[in-house]
Each structure stands twice: as structure tokens, then as C-alpha cells.
Design a protein. Structure first.
Length: 843
RNA sequence: GCCCGGAUGGCGGAACUGGUAGACGCAAGGGACUUAAAAUCCCUCGGUUCUUGUAACUGUGCGAGUUCGAUUCUCGCUCCGGGCACCA
């Protein structure tokens, strides 16, 4: 392989170039686009807008294949929509806060800012080298004070509205990153970033009340028809709404009550014990000073240890211990023994579960283990007997042994039982979510400072607006400037804005997901002297098409939806949902595995662009697979795409005459009736290709089939103009075909097509051309192939004129020599004729 | 365990609403051009069988079913990928 390349390079210098000069062409047009600011846009009420956005990158140093794919897909859509006359907003920027910058600072002694901005400059050039049609005037970097100061302002507004609060809780702590993680950032018990095991830790932190929006976030999922079902489902499950009964079980001989939540109030007469989480606050008072104290404490200690040690993917065996106390089932007055159990979660519901072993599998296992009664109260068709059951019945049924509720079906019983509890005052209708409030405090340096000052007398005081932004220290990199903020005395030593006494600045920074939660809105007015300019936001939002990896299905996309609603309620924007249409693209893989340094299978886009040019790389990444699927990188396939472009290049140059010979204005003034057979065929293929490409893009962005369509057209033009010596083609038809090829390919390989467009004598750029439309008359075939089947098997094919009627086709099929042979005088039972397609003869 | 996807030639992938399976590309083989190579162009290319044909049979993960006809619809499996997971 290597040898072959060297050989080619040698011969290249010796003889005339064997490929088009992509280097010169791409540089030329990139400069042109930059100089002309070809893709700069502004609000224009006259024109329909289209906001296209790809997820912005983290400036890690260089772009990778995932970026190439993501941005190639986006650019095709942007350019396509532009040709259709839309005012297209297509911005780019940098998700620039984050841990790698801090690590680099420690390792190389550069300030994170310097490291980040250098990476940005380099990667910006790489993106430009791909010929992506961004409005670079709108570029933003989230680490820039002009970005994060507005985030700080929004934070303070949310604080004022009571949507931000501080609390001490058990947080997920990653030792390696030395920071707190949100629940969503913990994957299988490990840090999403470094894979280190997460440990619980008690500390203060700032939280955003996303749970206040849980219902809306859930309900508005129904609006998201343009999102993959999969992502919607993932979000729905993540929010995890359940409805049921919240109910108090008084502790026997005590004034304490145990609060429980259940989605199955219909089973409440089947309660035979109560399970508490080991962390439940009541446990202490229940056991202190009793004979059960010691065993229970031992159990709790052991369970907490196990929890930490246990691999998260394994379900530990159910254990528990009796507390010696009883509570009372308020419905029937039963004495219910209280246990502490290892499978009850403090984080969900109330940390206490009414146990109904007959109708809950976990309770069932627990009951069998500790010999507790099993009392079925919801009877399916086949009657259950407690002693004989070998698993819980979790389905619906009819109530039994449930006092006044006997005979009611589950669904009705649920309502009736809740009503009863509400009337009697020991319980009420209740909704619980799996979703937790979003902890946004990070103990990091390279993030947006949380704009709060802690004062001994005034408490947590917001930084006054006129003092924003709270800047990160060390815009020049002095020694040690990359240390977290709590190690930087001159940063945190301040006076209280309210009372003027000595106070301390908050040293936590915000989770970087904060920045990516609203950047799409900031793009609409990136230099505004406010978080957003309302008119601009009004005009451009929502994002019409958003493109990115499915790995952000929960984290980023949920937070962005949440922020949209926050900004709406603060009066900045007028939409409920940020992204109308979502495309989640697959990964780029090599040899069946994700590209990674450790696997040594990384392909660097930079090398490829140097070797083949950006257009080839773009073309291949669009051609090799439909966008939503994983893309297997194949070096030989890239070669194939390169060959194709060269073929088109030669084809156009070889047929330059038709551009001169035919009048541009008369372009499509082709009279179908007057065309020769060959001209008619090419004309038809041209229009069929327009239809195919347009529909591929419109329905599902399947550029792979769009490209193969154009390839077919190229093949047909080659065959018609080649040395095969076909009759000379009508110059207008030929010109139309070649022009169509350039139009259809332009969004995918823009430099290439633009160059040829100019070479063939056009002054206006392709950016300003209309996307072609197909002529419904021209695409009609005048001859069709009809398949003739006998008992569903293809036995012959007929060529017939398109307007042949069914009777004639049927007769022709029966008269066909091969068919006569096959039918062999057997009685014909039935003949099915499908118009324009086939005849099936059943014998 | 539960919920989503997916499985088609040597490979990436096509196939509208149930109607010609394998478009397009890659790889492979053969040929033309060339002193030679590169580049380019042409031909062949799912499998099996033979009587080498406009041939027969077979073939879309496996097994049933519906239908004149199933890659496509239904049911039951297998494998692969992704998500969630003691959620009361």
C-alpha cells in the first residue's frame, strides 16, 4: 500500500497530474468564501429562515472523524436549504470549558486559557479547510467572558426566582477529577469522563430546580415528532414519572409516622411488612436503646460497605433485619413489622416501601427468605393461594380480602382507595419523578465562576449585576494559576456587597453542561449586550435541524430543553422547545471498533485532506453509510470517491463545448417530442436523478443513495458521450445533464462543483443558483419491463409500451413462448396483473 | 430482567405502499492501452448443478404462518449493538 503511494507520487512529478488539482481549487474557494463572507446572514423578515446546527466541538486540539462526519452532513443540508431560497443560519463555536485544559495546564505549565485558545485557532483552520459554510462572524467560545458573563446573569435571575438553591447532600464524587458529578454523569457507577469509580460524599452545592419543570419536559416530548423515537423514550424513562398514593403508616406506640409512596394502592390490604432504606432517618429513633439496636446497626454498616464495593451491574441478594417495631396499616389496622432492607433506595420516593409480597417480586423474595406472610389481594383469573405461589403476581386483577373494595378491578380500586385515604386524611394522590434536581457545582478552575459571595452575616449574596462578569483569575498565566479557585486567595477574598464586611467569593464553578444548554440561542445574537436579543431569538429560533451524536440523548438534550423553558420564562425567547428536528448520527468506526488511540485505529482527517482534498473526504463520509448508522471507515472506499470526482472532472472538461454551444436562457426548453431516443433517455435520467436526490434529502437525509443516483447519471452520460460512438447528443440535453450533476453535488463537494461551474463559463456562484426541479413529464418511462411469473416465480420478461392496457399485457404474457412452455397446458386458475409491474399466472 | 434498534454477496450498503433481491461503490478475476508501470477504459462477479442457456434449482440470521406472491406483514426463537435497571 505504502509502496503504491510512493510510486504514484513519483510518477506524478514526472508526468502530467493524474488528478484534478484539489489543493489549488479548495484554497481558492475557501479564500473566496472568507473574503466575501458568503455565509454571513442577518434577520430578514421577507425570507423564510432555516436554522441548522451541529453540536459544537470541545477544542481538544484537532478535529477527528466524528466531527468530519457531523459537519459534512450539516453542511450538505445548509447548502441545500440555501439553494432552496432559505435564509440559513449555520453557526459554529466552541464548548471551551472543561477538564482537559486543566490537565494540560498541569502537565505542560500553560494556562488553560492559552491552551484552549490555541486549540481553537488550530481547529478553526481545520474546519475552514473542510469548506464548511459557516457564518464565522457568529463564532462563540464559552470560556470567553463575553459568553459566560451572560450565563452568570441568567444564573442570578434564576436565583432570584428561586430556581437555584444551595443544599448539603450526598453527592457523587470522582476522586480522579476531584469534583462532583451530576447523576446523569455517572455511568455504571463510574465517572463519565475518566471511568473512575464514583464515591458518595457529603457537601454543599448549588442546584437547579429542573424537577419544577419535570412535567413540562415530559409532556412536551409529545411535540417532538422530528426526534428519533429512541431519544424521546430515553428522556421519558429518565424523567420517570409515576402516579400513586402517598400514605402514612403510624408507628405503634410512638407519634412518628412512616411516609410511603406506592403506585399500587390496590394492593394495600396485602401489606405484610414495611421496608426502610438503611439511610432512612427514622431508623435511628426506632432502634435506639432496644435489644435490636446492635444487629440493625451492624446490618446498616455492612450494607453501606457493600453498596460502595459492589459492581453496579450486579443485583445483590436481598437482605434485611427486623427493627423490633411495628407500624399500623391505616386501612385495616394491621400490625406491620418494620424491617430495614438493603434493596430500598433512599433517593427514590420516601425511602420506605410498604411490602406486598404477593404482588411485588422483590417483596416476595424477601418474604420467603425471612418467612413473612404472603397475602394475595388482587386475584387474576386463576386464584392465587399465598403458600403455593412461586413468584409474585404483578399484573392486574380483582380485589379480594380488601374490605369494602372487594370485587373491584385493579384500576377502579386504585382510584377508590386513594379517595378513601384522602377522605380519611392519612394519604393523598401523589406523583413522583425519577428525575433529580441538577447539581451544577464543580470544584474546578476552568469553568464559569458561580457569581455569589458568602458573608457571615448576610449569607449567600448575589454578585451585583454591575460587577459581572466574575472573571477567572490569571488571564496571563502566572505560576500556579490553574489551581482551583479555592486555592486562589486574591480571587476569593472580597467584601460583602450588602454589609461591606469581609466575605468570601464562591469558589465552585458551573458544570460545563450549563454553557452548552443555551449556546444555540446565543448564536442568534452572539454579540448582544444582554444574554439574548429578543427579536433575533424570535426570528431564528427554534433550531430547525440539530445534528449530533446519540451519546447526548439525555445529558445535553435534556438540559438544553430545560434551559429553553427557563429562558422563555425569563422573557428572553418565545419557544417551548429548542430543536424541532433532531438527527442523531452514528459513530465512525474502523475494523468494527470505535476509533481510539488505545486501539491504534485512529484515522486523522488532516492527513486525508492533504492527500485527497476536503471534497473527497466529505463525499466518502456521506456515501459510505446513511447518517444514523455507524460508518465503517475504509481507505479504499475513499480512493473510490476520489476516482469518482476525477471522472466527473474529466467528463465536464471533455464536454465543454455544450456550455458554449447552448444558450443558458433556453436551458430547459427541451421539447420532449422532438428528442431522439438517446437524447430522450438522458433527459429522462437527468430528471429522475433530480427527483431521487431531492427525495433522499427531504425524507431522511440518506445522502448515500443520493450520491449513487448521481453516479448512475454520470455513468450514463459517460456511456452516451464516450468513444462507443453513439450518435451525437443534443447539446442542450447534454448541458442540462452536466449542469444537473454540478447542482446536485454542490452541497456535498462544494469547491469541486463551484470550480467547474466557473470553468464552464458561469459568473454567478453556485450558492446563488436555484436547486433544480424535475419535470414530471420528463421522468415518465415510455417502455416498461413487465415480469411474468408462474406461481410467483419469475419465468419471463416482456418489454411493453408504457400505455399498454392490462388486457393486452395479460395476453402478451400468455402468448410468450417461454410461458407457453411452462404452463404446459395445465389449467390456469387465476391471473394477477399489477399495473406496470408484473403478471402472475397461477396454475 | 425490561425497553429500543439491527441481521441482505468477500466488504460498505440498495430495494417505493407486499410485486424483477443485490442499485451504487469497494475488493477480486480477466482483457485493452503501455517497452514497463501508474492512470484510464472494457468485461465478469451470491451459491450449486448441468445439457453453458433469454437454463434449472437455491438464496435476505433460524423456524412456522398469512398471501397468487414475503428482505418487507404476523407469531416464536438465535445472535449482535444501544439504553435502563432493586423506581416501590
Amino acid at each position: 500500500m505504502r509502496l503504491r503511494q510512493e510510486e504514484r507520487n513519483m510518477s506524478k512529478t514526472a508526468q502530467k497530474p493524474q488528478h484534478y488539482d484539489f489543493k489549488a481549487i479548495e484554497a481558492k474557494w475557501q479564500q473566496h468564501w472568507q473574503k466575501e463572507k458568503s455565509y454571513k446572514v442577518s434577520e430578514n423578515a421577507e425570507q423564510k429562515k432555516y436554522y441548522l446546527l451541529e453540536m459544537f466541538p470541545y477544542p481538544s486540539g484537532r478535529i477527528h472523524m466524528g466531527h468530519v462526519r457531523n459537519y459534512s452532513i450539516g453542511d450538505v443540508i445548509a447548502r441545500y436549504k440555501r439553494m432552496q431560497g432559505y435564509n440559513v443560519l449555520h453557526p459554529m463555536g466552541w464548548d471551551a470549558f472543561g477538564l482537559p485544559a486543566e490537565n494540560a495546564a498541569l502537565k505542560h505549565g500553560v494556562h488553560p486559557a492559552q491552551w484552549t485558545y490555541e486549540n481553537i485557532s488550530y481547529m478553526r483552520e481545520q474546519l475552514k479547510a473542510m469548506g464548511l459554510s459557516y457564518d464565522w462572524d457568529r463564532e462563540i467560545a464559552t470560556c470567553h467572558p463575553e459568553y459566560y458573563r451572560w450565563e452568570q446573569q441568567v444564573f442570578l435571575q434564576l436565583l432570584e426566582k428561586g430556581l437555584v438553591y444551595r443544599k448539603k447532600t450526598t453527592v457523587n464524587w470522582c476522586d480522579d477529577c476531584a469534583t462532583v458529578l451530576a447523576r446523569e454523569q455517572v455511568i455504571d457507577g463510574c465517572c463519565w469522563r475518566c471511568d473512575q469509580q464514583v464515591v458518595p460524599k457529603n457537601m454543599y452545592g448549588w442546584f437547579l430546580k429542573i424537577t419544577d419543570y419535570a412535567d413540562e419536559l415530559l409532556e412536551d416530548l409529545d411535540q417532538l415528532n422530528g426526534w428519533p423515537e429512541k431519544v424521546v423514550t430515553m428522556q421519558r424513562n429518565w424523567i420517570g414519572k409515576s402516579q400513586g398514593l402517598a400514605c402514612d403508616f403510624p408507628v405503634e406506640g410512638d407519634k412518628e409516622k412512616i411516609k410511603i409512596f406506592t403506585t399500587r394502592p390496590d394492593t394495600i390490604y396485602g401489606v405484610t411488612f414495611m421496608s426502610l432504606a438503611v439511610e432512612h432517618p427514622l431508623v435511628d429513633t426506632l432502634i435506639t436503646g432496644t435489644e435490636h439496636e446492635e444487629p440493625v446497626r451492624d446490618f446498616i454498616k455492612q450494607t453501606l460497605l457493600d453498596k460502595q464495593r459492589m459492581a453496579m451491574d450486579q443485583e445483590p441478594e436481598k437482605h434485611g433485619v427486623f427493627t423490633g417495631k411495628y407500624c399500623i396499616n391505616p386501612f385495616n389496622g394491621d400490625r406491620v413489622p418494620i424491617y430495614v432492607a438493603n434493596f430500598v433506595l433512599m433517593e427514590y420516593g420516601t425511602g420506605a416501601v410498604m411490602a406486598v409480597p404477593a404482588h411485588d417480586q422483590r417483596d416476595f423474595e424477601f418474604a420467603r427468605k425471612y418467612d413473612l406472610p404472603i397475602r394475595p389481594v388482587v386475584q387474576p383469573e386463576e386464584k392465587l393461594e399465598g403458600e403455593q405461589m412461586d413468584s409474585a403476581w404483578e399484573g392486574d386483577g380483582v380485589l379480594a380480602d380488601s374490605a369494602n373494595f372487594n370485587g373491584l378491578p385493579s384500576a377502579e380500586a386504585k382510584k377508590a382507595i386513594i379517595d378513601h385515604a384522602e377522605k380519611k386524611g392519612f394519604g393523598q394522590r401523589h406523583i413522583t419523578y425519577r428525575l433529580r434536581d441538577w447539581g451544577i457545582s464543580r470544584q474546578r478552575y476552568w469553568g464559569a465562576p458561580i457569581p455569589v459571595i458568602h458573608c457571615d452575616t448576610c449569607g449567600a449574596v448575589p454578585v451585583p449585576n454591575e460587577q459581572l462578569p466574575v472573571l477567572l483569575p490569571g488571564s496571563q498565566p502566572p505560576y500556579g494559576s490553574s489551581a482551583p479557585l479555592h486555592q486562589q486567595e486574591d480571587f476569593y477574598t472580597v467584601t460583602c456587597p450588602q454589609c461591606g464586611q469581609d466575605a468570601q467569593r464562591e469558589t465552585d464553578t458551573m458544570d460545563t453542561f450549563m454553557e452548552s444548554s443555551w449556546y444555540f440561542a446565543r448564536y442568534t445574537s452572539p454579540r448582544a449586550d444582554a444574554p439574548l436579543e429578543k427579536e433575533a431569538a424570535q426570528y431564528w429560533l427554534a433550531v430547525d435541524q440539530y445534528i449530533g451524536g446519540v451519546e447526548h440523548a439525555i445529558l445535553h438534550l435534556l438540559y438544553a430543553r430545560f434551559f429553553t423553558k427557563l429562558l422563555r420564562d425569563l422573557g428572553y425567547l418565545g419557544v417551548d422547545e429548542p430543536f424541532t428536528q433532531l438527527l442523531t448520527q452514528g459513530m465512525v468506526i474502523k475494523d468494527g471498533a470505535k476509533m481510539s488511540k488505545s486501539k491504534g485505529n485512529v484515522v486523522d482527517p488532516h492527513d486525508l485532506i492533504t492527500q485527497y482534498g476536503a471534497d473527497t473526504v466529505r463525499l466518502f463520509s456521506l456515501f459510505a453509510a446513511p447518517p444514523e448508522r455507524d460508518l465503517e471507515w475504509n481507505a479504499q472506499g475513499v480512493e473510490g470517491s476520489f476516482r469518482f470526482l476525477n471522472r466527473v472532472y474529466r467528463l465536464i472538461l471533455a464536454n465543454m463545448d455544450c456550455f458554449v454551444a447552448s444558450d443558458e436562457k433556453k436551458n430547459n426548453a427541451v421539447e420532449l417530442g422532438k428528442l431522439s431516443q438517446g437524447d430522450r433517455q438522458l433527459h429522462r435520467k437527468t430528471h429522475q436523478t433530480i427527483q431521487r436526490v431531492t427525495e433522499s434529502i427531504e425524507t431522511n437525509f440518506h445522502f448515500n443513495t443520493a450520491i449513487s443516483g448521481v453516479m448512475e447519471l454520470v455513468n450514463q452520460v459517460s456511456a452516451a458521450t464516450g468513444e462507443g460512438g453513439k450518435q451525437p447528443l443534443d447539446q442542450t440535453v447534454l448541458r442540462e445533464a452536466l449542469q444537473t450533476i454540478l447542482f446536485l453535488l454542490f452541497p456535498m463537494v462544494p469547491h469541486f462543483c463551484q470550480e467547474l461551474w466557473q470553468v464552464t463559463g458561469h459568473k454567478k456562484t453556485l450558492d446563488h443558483q436555484q436547486w433544480p426541479e424535475y419535470d414530471t413529464e420528463a421522468i415518465k418511462e415510455d417502455e416498461l419491463t413487465i415480469v411474468v411469473q408462474i406461481n410467483g416465480k419469475v419465468r419471463s420478461r416482456l418489454q411493453v409500451a408504457a400505455d399498454t392496457d392490462e388486457e393486452e399485457i395479460k395476453q402478451a404474457a400468455l402468448d410468450d413462448e417461454r410461458i407457453i412452455n411452462f404452463v404446459d397446458n395445465k389449467p390456469v386458475k387465476k391471473i394477477i396483473v399489477v399495473k406496470g409491474k408484473l403478471v402472475n399466472i397461477v396454475v
